[in-house]
Design a protein around this ligand. Structure first.
Ligand code: DLZ
Length: 158
């Protein structure tokens, strides 16, 4: 279905749409599980704060961030799911694995979003070390899970 067009009058009073009737998929990678759990909790709290119902949040885990794309597709293909939030942490190591994973996930999630015409957010924390990841999972740089949830809420209000 095409997105409704809004004119300037609509935007003068614009705020985020009511999320109480929306259904959300949440895909969480298990690598660096303590951190992805903190990101996932941030995403869930944000959805609830914006009116989403707990029973309308469908959380699944995948082994690592590389699997986020297929996990997102498994959820996005359900007609009743309105948006998917993907959460993972990829930390740079001695090899280029992080580059391969990060690019694959960015491309993969873009494709799923366009294929199903639904918001699919990139809640992938990509850092040089563990400390930087913790800083972004409720530390001094906020919580990227919150931002990933806010991104789909914003897009559902388009
Ligand atoms: C293999 C791997 C490595 C080295 N590092 C990470 C990482 O930092 N974060 C993450 O989420 N996953 C990692 N993985 C696992 C891959 O994402 C994937 O699960 C495996 O390669 C199996 O396909």
């Amino acid at each position: 279905m095409a997105t409704a067009l809004k004119n300037l009058d609509d935007y003068s009073t614009a705020s985020f749409a009511d999320m109480s009737d929306k259904k959300f998929g949440l895909v969480v990678a298990e690598w660096h599980k303590d951190i992805t759990d903190a990101l996932s909790n941030g995403a869930i709290e944000t959805l609830l704060k914006h009116g989403a119902k707990k029973e309308n949040i469908f959380r699944n885990t995948v082994p690592g961030s590389f699997e986020l794309t297929l996990g997102a597709q498994f959820l996005a293909q359900h007609e009743e799911i309105d948006a998917v939030i993907c959460i993972g942490v990829v930390i740079k190591g001695d090899t280029k694995h992080d580059d391969y994973i990060n690019h694959a996930v960015a491309n993969g999630l873009t494709n799923v979003s366009l294929k199903y015409n639904k918001p699919v957010s990139f809640g992938l924390v990509t850092t040089n070390n563990l400390e930087q990841a913790l800083d972004r999972a409720g530390g001094k740089h906020g919580n990227k899970g919150v931002e990933a949830a806010a991104a789909v809420i914003h897009m559902l209000s388009f």
